[in-house]
Design a protein around this ligand. Sequence first.
Ligand code: BEZ
Length: 202
Amino acid sequence: CQLLPSPCRWGILFSHPRDFTPVCTTELGRAAKLAPEFSKRNVKMIALSIDSVQDHLSWCKDINAYNGEQPAEKLPFPIIADKNRELAVKLGMLDPDELDKDGMPLTARVVFVFGPDKKLKLSILYPATTGRNFDEILRVVDSLQLTAYKKVATPVDWKPGDSVMVVPTLPDEEAKKLFPKGIFTKELPSGKKYLRYTPQPE
Ligand code: BEZ
């Protein structure tokens, strides 16, 4: 998929509570630094918060300065200015426990990943007080993309390059043909042969 143009394009939409706030600044700084990694994976990035375009432009300067770069009004991805919270309400992104000075709810730290079919593939939600781990988000994208195209699933703490599990619905005979690098089945007290590992397919 990585080598193909837009029909195979994935998307990530990530919201944050507010411009000019500390955790959000660190998150968007990290997201900007990782933009080439998302691009390599054919994932288009877009952020969202409930501030104005003018605020976004001014805040971008702070984010770039935080990253040790020229304070330009530009990041490698756009930020939706959802000033009236229309999209945030529609997409269920508001955090009722996190209020601004007027008592209005802020956006939570939501991550939506969309596949090339424009369908939602992953949704995670962090509270305003916990910054996200963007290495984990990249890891999850790697898993989503691998498992979208191969009949495998990724086990606990999987990292790219680790062995993967053969999906339970695939019969042994078919699995042997599909995974020529071999299948290792772990023996279990139940005698059931469902823990089937194979090296990560290309
Ligand atoms: C922050 O980005 O630092 C933040 C925003 C809202 C509530 C708490 C922290």
